[in-house]
Each structure stands twice: as structure tokens, then as C-alpha cells.
Design a protein around this ligand. Structure first.
Ligand code: Z2T
Length: 837
């Protein structure tokens, strides 16, 4: 490529090529230049928002230089690339991450101070990029960080929602949703108006024979919507590799049809069409672990899959390799079933547009895709009605039927005696209307299927995909236990702890190889180390206490035991168990004499999390927590012995303050329901212990840290089915201590007896599906144990340090290496030693 450019031009270009700032002075010069020119502000009207803008633009320039080089290098080397298709990327803030990954935060801090600003204030100006609901979206963000850090040539593909997850406000104890219009100033994205793809919906399929007698299908006469690419750089930590996150935005196509409308005076109709097109990428669906089958959601899924695949295929075709090479150049990971339409779409491209035969196309498809399952909850398993797909994507429905036919014929040959098998495994559910089971399509179209923690990966093999294990054998199914990036969740969120660890381990290598943390065990008895470790935890609690006072107006004493449960509100996560436990403690304290109370361990119970707007029961739990908070916090008998806090609008940037401040965090899902959980890992890595059930990754955390260093309770997954059965047929007695809690809730002690009765009745009258009563005694007994253990501060400290030292396994770097070796079969591409132009 370079050779085609004449030498003098090349020389001029090289001479003026953009350079990275490296000194404090150069940084300041860049900030001021951006504020004065890019932002058109001056010394006299530069507020913190403008200073944030200038700082971000200065760092953005640095990222862009590395980004260009990375992309150039990847184009030249043309290695196998990984494409991570996820409808959600919960990225949080970018500036702090960019400064730390580039290794220039200290320089920038001094520079900003020269210009009259404090680093924390400037970082605090940025809005979260909140294009996700919870664990699934944050996992995708951690994966991007690890992929770049480990130098994998990888792209993320998603939608550029105009509205991310809503902002939560609490008004009179109730959740209120505020739209999150986040794009008015986003220096991290680059519109690529030249990178567009036209996407078709509706229309019909025409079939004909060509000269050789081959059947040809043409999908035509549909509506066209244009996808426009917006790119964001993803820097790795301590490497020059900077990968790409590509977000698609929808807009009206400007085909002939639209112009006719425009010119014939149908101006309003034409603008309405435009708005309809833009609606596709307008808003993130705010459900975590729930699918509601809305047409617009299906449109989002196809729009994003089709644009991404077109882009991937376009890139592959530049290499002029044979189609059989496609799976050697491309690995596509499906983050849950949301991108499953990519399977029929790739078949359509290969067969209808590129003329491959079915068998060759199918072979390519299966080798290309991997599928990650994130839940076994039935209400979260995607099904789309056949009439809806027929209407919106007529050609894809035919292809899905063709896949199903081939598959069922294969099953019939393999299991001629098992007649029921065909109905059970068919992609099409024979209901009214018929439904397409997306998880089955994803399993059939992929070469590997993975769960996200050991228990979960075992469960999918024995429940939802049991028949598929018989059909394909067990090797198609594998486990990749989730992980978290230690860059954001240790170094960025807890800089003092990171620094302390570095001082003991002789540098920051542990941020790239988290297993090095094991060396901390050599310091569990080191007096100075212990003292500092404890001081850091206390300082982090002081920081959170200060935030709680500012944000919620509640004074909390940082010496109390901080008990934290922050995550999406969901019945299976059982925030109701936690708040019932809090009420139980309140009643116990009220019963005591003042002398007895003095012996009790003070506690701060902190909750946070959003409820899906249509999830009434989850909203009821939020309301109850807020009402309990109001009553308990105002009770003079109780004082510091119990404070209850609901933190509004839990999100990634708030998690960075909350996570380092826990003594105990709660991961108390009904056994067998939480696929993995990832915040459990974050809390332990930051020197907090866990109260948890034997569920998801809690089990592996226990194996790693040792069962002395975690507080497990409750029934096991293998017993859940029988217990549920017993609730209906075995005479079901509510736990007596829980009964007393229910009486208080019902008599209006916390107000709104009507609404709260419905919550109580879901347990008492409607079968207690999530086993709150079955686990209640075990839960409160374990909380008592924790109170006693916490009083032994020395032993507690030993537990927390030991646990931190043993968390190395849970880095998302380990996780990404497993995906690369077991599923993607791809290699890192380190940046060239010399970064010539
Ligand atoms: C989600 O956050 C998770 C699973 C889903 O299944 C959907 C969403 Cl939005 C469709 C979570 C799991 O609940 C959690 O256990 C897991 O740690 C996380 O995905 C990442 O795997």
C-alpha cells in the first residue's frame, strides 16, 4: 500500500504526522488548545465540564493514534479476528480508564492542577456509557478490556442506542424512570458516515431456476433502513493495542422511493418514515433476565446482526481468500441468543448472495459461531412467533425451516426409536402460534456452547440442553467461568489497595497476571501491611459514607459493618430475603434492653439496583426497602445499630465507589438461578467477604478462597425441585421467625400494608417459588455468625487478605484466554516493537 504513494508526499506526511503528548507541559498545551479551539471556550468560561472535554479530547488524540496503528497492523497481518456480538456493553466512564491504560494519570493530575482543577471533579463530569442492563453487559465490557490488553485482534459490535438504561430516581419511596439521553457530548465516538449498510425488512421471496437448474431465492421489495457505523476506541492496559467497538445507528435510507415521496409533496410522510427508521436504535430494552417478544426488539436484533455480518464479510472479502477459509479468519461469539439471527443471515449471504451450496455454507456457519448461554430462567429464553418472523424476515424463516429439516432428519437417523425426541428438540415449538426457539437455533448453528460458571454449565447440560448433549455428545458443551477486569475493578476503583499490593509484590505486574496475587499470602502476618490494608478499607468506607450523606441524606457511621447488596432487582436474586432479614434484626433490637443492645454489632444495610419498569414485584421490594429505611433510620432506640440505605441509580461509576467499601456483600439467589454473578468477584477482590448461596460462581469462589473465608447458607440446587413440589403437596409451614416479620409488614408498621401484602402472599399463598421461607433460618443464623466474626477484627482481617490473595482465577484475562483456546482458536497479534508510521 505504502509503495503506491510517491516519496515526497510520504515524507511530508510523516513529518507532520500526529504525535502523542508525553510530558505534563505538552498535556496542558493539548488541553488548552482543545478547550480554546475544539470547544470554543476560554480561560474565563472554562467550567469543569469544559475541562473534562479538553482532558478527554487530549487523551482521545493519544488513543486515536494507537488505534489507527493497531487497525493498520491488523489489516496488514490479517490474522483471525474475534467478533463479539452483544446487544449490551455496559462500559461506564472512559476517561479514567484511558488515563490508566495509557499510564498517564499522574501526569494529567498534575497538569490539571496547574490549570486549576481537581482530577476527581473532572472524572466526575463524565456520564456513564450505560448501554446495558446488568451482568451480561458489564461482562462484555470487561471482555473488551481483556481482549485489548492481551493483544487479541477483536471487535465488539452493538447498537448505538440514543437512550441507555434509564436513570432511577426514588420519589416517596417509589422508583421513577428518567430517560438517559447520553449522546449530547460524547467525545469517545467517531461517526463513520462513509461506513453504511442498507438493511432490508418485510418484502417477499421470489424463487426461480437458473440456467444450470439450481434453485435461486431472492428476497425483494422490502423496506430499507440504513445502518451507520459509530466507532469507539478500546485501549488495552500497558499495550499499544487499541481495538474497536462498532455501534450501529439507524437512519432512513435515501433511495429513489423516498425522494419521490418528498417531491410529490408528502413531506410529512417522508419525515415520519425517517423517524420510524431512527426508532430502531432509539432505546435499550430495560429488562434483565426477561424477554417479552416485542417486534421492535426483533427489528433491533436483525438490524444489528445484518449490519455486523455485512461488515465482517466485506472485511473478509478484501483478503480474496477462498470461502472455506472464512472460519480460519473469523470467530463470532454470540452473547446469549440475542444475536442468533446472525446464523440464518450468514447462510443467506453465503447461499443467496455468494452462490455456495447448502452443505459448504452450513459447514462454514457452524465453524464460525460460538454461543454463550447466560441463564436457565424460562422467562428469559427467547422465542419469536413464526408469523412475526414470516412477516419481518420471510427469507430467514425459510432458512430456519431448512436448518430444522436437516437437523431433525439427522436426529431421526441417530435416534430412530425415540419418537418424542423430534418434538422436544425441534427449533419450532408446535404451539399456537408456533414459536422459534432461539436457544436451540443457537446450539445447532454453533460449534461450541458454553455456560458462565461450573454449576451453570452443568445445569444447562442436564436441563434445557439435555437432548442436545445426547445428539452432539458432551464435547460441544463447555464451561468458561466468568471473570472481571482487575484494571477497572481494582486499580481504578481502589487505587490505594492497588498501590499497596504493588509495593509488596514489586510492581504492577499483577494487573496483567492476577494469579500473582497469591504472593500476598506471605504478608498476612506482616503488621505494617495489615494495618495499611485495614486503613484502606476504612478510608473506602468513609468515602462511601460521605457519598451516602450527599446523595441520600442519611448519616452512617463508617465503623459499622457495611452489608451491601447492589444488583438488578429480581425475585430470584432475593433482595426480599435481605430486607426481611433486616426487619427481623430490627424487631430483635427493639425487644432488647438498652444494656443488651450495647453488645450488638452496628450494621449498615445498603441496597441498590434498578427494577425493570414493568416488573411490579421488583418495584414493590424497592418500595419496602425505602419504607423500612425511613422507619428504622428515624428510630431513636436503634441509632447506629442499624441503618438502612437504598442508593439511587446504581450504575458502573457508582459501583466503583461502592464495591471497595463492603465488609460483607450479599449474593443470595435461590440455588440454581444465578448463572454466575460477577459482582461477587469484584467485592472479594476488594477485601470484602461474601454471604451467599451455593449458586453460580459463589461455588468456585469458595473453592479458591477456602470455606473459612466465605459465609455460605441455604438449600442446594439439587433440592430445589423437591422443595417447590413440597410447597404445594406437602403441607407448607412458613418459618416462624419469618412469620413474625410478615405480621409486622402486614400490620402497616412500614406503611402501605396493601402493596406489601402482595409480596408476602407471593410466599405465603403462592408457593414461595424462590424458597425465601426455606432459606430464612439459615440466612439469619449466618448473619449472626457474621456479626460475631466481625467483632474478631484480627481474624476478619486475615480472612479478607487471604481471600484477596486467592482471587487470581477470576480475572477476565484468564477467561478470555480460555475462549481463545477452547472456542475461537485464535492468537494474539502483539503490536510491532517499533511503532513506525
Ligand atoms: C444478564 O445480565 C444475565 C443473564 C441474562 O440471560 C440476561 C442478562 Cl441481561 C439472558 C447475567 C446473569 O444473570 C448473571 O448470573 C451472569 O453473571 C451475567 O449475565 C454474565 O454472565
Amino acid at each position: 500500500v505504502e509503495a503506491s504513494i510517491p516519496e515526497p508526499q510520504r515524507a511530508a506526511w510523516k513529518k507532520f504526522s500526529a504525535k502523542e503528548f508525553s510530558s505534563k507541559e505538552d498535556f496542558e498545551a493539548e488541553v488548552v488548545r482543545h478547550i480554546e479551539t475544539t470547544l470554543a471556550r476560554s480561560l474565563f468560561n472554562c467550567d469543569e465540564a469544559a475541562a473534562y472535554g479538553g482532558t478527554s479530547l487530549a487523551f482521545r488524540d493519544r488513543l486515536v493514534i494507537e488505534w489507527n496503528k493497531t487497525q493498520q497492523n491488523q489489516t496488514f497481518a490479517d490474522p483471525k479476528r474475534v467478533y463479539y456480538l452483544s446487544l449490551e456493553f455496559l462500559m461506564g466512564r472512559a476517561l479514567d480508564n484511558a488515563m490508566l491504560n495509557v499510564g498517564m494519570k499522574d501526569v494529567a493530575k498534575d497538569g490539571l492542577s496547574d490549570l486549576g482543577f481537581r482530577m476527581e471533579d473532572i472524572i466526575g463530569q463524565e456520564r456513564d456509557a450505560a448501554l446495558g442492563n446488568g451482568g451480561l453487559g458489564r461482562l462484555a465490557a470487561c471482555f473488551l478490556d481483556s481482549l485489548a490488553t492481551l493483544n487479541y485482534p477483536a471487535w465488539g459490535y452493538a447498537l448505538r442506542y440514543r437512550y441507555g438504561i434509564f436513570k432511577q430516581e426514588i420519589v416517596d419511596g417509589y422508583q421513577v424512570e428518567i430517560p438517559d439521553y447520553w449522546l449530547d457530548f460524547n467525545p469517545w465516538e467517531f461517526p463513520r458516515h462513509d461506513v453504511t449498510v442498507d438493511i432490508q425488512f418485510y418484502g417477499g421471496v421470489r424463487k426461480y431456476m437458473d440456467e444450470s437448474g439450481k434453485q435461486i431465492s431472492v428476497w425483494e421489495n422490502g423496506e430499507i433502513v440504513t445502518a451507520v457505523a459509530y466507532d469507539a476506541p478500546v485501549p488495552g492496559y500497558g499495550t499499544k493495542t487499541t481495538n474497536n467497538l462498532r455501534l450501529w445507528s439507524s437512519k432512513a435510507s435515501h433511495g429513489e422511493f423516498d425522494f419521490t415521496k418528498f417531491n410529490s409533496g408528502e413531506y410529512e410522510a417522508s419525515v415520519a418514515d425517517q423517524q420510524r427508521a431512527e426508532t430502531i436504535s432509539a432505546v435499550l430494552y430495560p429488562n434483565d433476565n426477561l424477554e417479552r417478544g416485542k417486534e421492535l426488539r426483533l427489528k433491533q436484533q436483525y438490524f444489528w446482526c445484518a449490519a455486523s455480518l455485512f461488515d465482517i464479510v466485506r472485511r473478509f472479502k478484501k483478503s480474496k481468500k477462498a470461502w472455506s477459509e472464512f472460519p480460519n479468519q473469523v470467530a463470532i461469539q454470540l452473547n446469549d441468543t440475542h444475536p442468533t439471527l446472525a446464523i440464518p443471515e450468514l447462510l443467506r449471504i453465503l447461499i443467496d448472495l455468494e452462490g455456495l451450496n447448502w452443505d459448504d455454507a452450513w459447514d462454514i456457519v457452524q465453524k464460525t459461531f460460538g454461543y454463550t448461554n447466560h441463564t436457565v430462567l424460562p422467562e428469559a429464553l427467547e422465542k419469536w412467533s413464526v408469523p412475526l418472523i414470516q412477516h419481518l424476515l420471510p427469507r430467514h424463516l425459510q432458512i430456519i425451516y431448512d436448518i430444522n429439516l436437516q437437523f431433525l432428519q439427522y436426529v431421526e437417523r441417530s435416534f430412530p426409536k425415540d419418537r418424542d425426541m423430534l418434538g422436544r428438540v425441534s427449533i419450532i415449538e408446535e404451539s399456537q402460534p408456533k414459536m422459534v426457539r432461539m436457544a436451540y437455533l443457537a446450539v445447532i448453528g454453533s460449534h461450541k456452547v458454553n455456560g458462565v460458571a461450573e454449576l451453570h454449565s452443568d445445569l444447562i447440560k442436564t436441563t434445557i440442553f439435555k437432548d442436545f448433549v445426547k445428539i452432539y455428545g458432551p464435547d460441544k458443551f463447555t464451561n468458561v467461568t466468568n471473570g472481571i477486569t482487575p484494571r477497572r475493578w481494582l486499580h481504578q476503583a481502589n487505587p490505594r489497595l492497588s498501590e499497596l499490593i504493588a509495593s509488596k509484590l514489586g510492581g504492577y505486574d499483577f494487573l496483567k497476571d492476577l494469579t500473582l496475587l497469591h504472593k500476598l499470602e506471605n504478608f498476612v502476618d506482616d503488621k505494617d501491611f495489615r494495618k495499611e490494608f485495614q486503613e484502606i478499607k476504612y478510608a473506602n468506607k468513609v468515602r462511601l459514607a460521605k457519598y451516602i450523606k450527599e446523595a441520600q441524606g442519611i448519616p452512617v457511621n463508617p465503623s459499622g459493618l457495611f452489608d451491601i447488596q447492589v444488583k438488578r432487582m429480581h425475585e430470584y436474586k432475593r433482595q426480599q430475603l435481605n430486607i426481611f432479614g433486616v426487619i427481623h434484626r430490627y424487631l430483635e433490637l427493639k425487644d432488647m434492653s438498652p444494656e443488651d443492645r450495647k453488645k450488638m454489632q452496628p450494621r449498615v444495610s445498603i441496597f441498590g439496583g434498578k427494577a425493570a419498569p414493568g416488573y411490579w414485584m421488583a418495584k414493590t421490594v424497592i418500595h419496602l426497602i425505602n419504607q423500612v429505611s425511613k422507619i428504622v433510620n428515624a428510630d431513636k432506640d436503634i441509632g447506629d445499630l442499624l441503618k438502612v440505605v437504598f442508593l439511587e441509580d446504581y450504575n458502573v461509576s457508582k459501583a466503583e465507589i461502592i464495591v471497595p467499601a463492603s465488609d460483607i456483600s450479599e449474593h443470595i439467589s435461590t440455588a440454581g438461578t444465578e448463572a454466575s454473578g460477577t459482582s461477587n468477584m469484584k467485592f472479594v477482590l476488594n477485601g470484602g467477604l461474601i454471604i451467599g448461596t451455593c449458586d453460580g460462581a459463589n461455588i468456585e469462589i469458595t473453592r479458591e478462597v477456602g470455606d473459612d473465608n466465605i459465609f455460605l447458607f441455604g438449600n442446594l440446587a439439587e433440592d430445589v425441585e423437591d422443595l417447590r413440589h413440597g410447597h404445594f403437596y406437602g403441607g407448607f409451614e412458613i418459618d416462624p421467625q419469618l412469620k413474625r416479620v410478615f405480621e409486622t409488614v402486614r400490620n402497616g408498621t412500614f406503611g402501605d400494608a396493601g402493596q406489601f401484602s402482595a409480596l408476602v402472599n407471593s410466599i405465603v399463598e403462592h408457593g414461595d417459588y424462590y424458597l425465601v421461607s426455606d432459606d430464612f433460618k439459615s440466612y439469619i443464623d449466618t448473619q449472626k455468625l457474621i456479626n460475631e466474626a466481625y467483632k474478631q477484627q484480627d481474624e476478619w482481617l486475615t480472612k479478607t487478605i487471604t481471600a484477596v490473595a486467592r482471587m487470581g482465577f477470576f480475572s477476565s484475562d484468564r477467561c478470555i484466554e480460555e475462549y481463545a483456546n477452547e472456542i475461537w482458536n485464535c492468537e494474539p497479534l502483539p503490536p510491532p516493537e517499533k511503532n513506525g508510521a
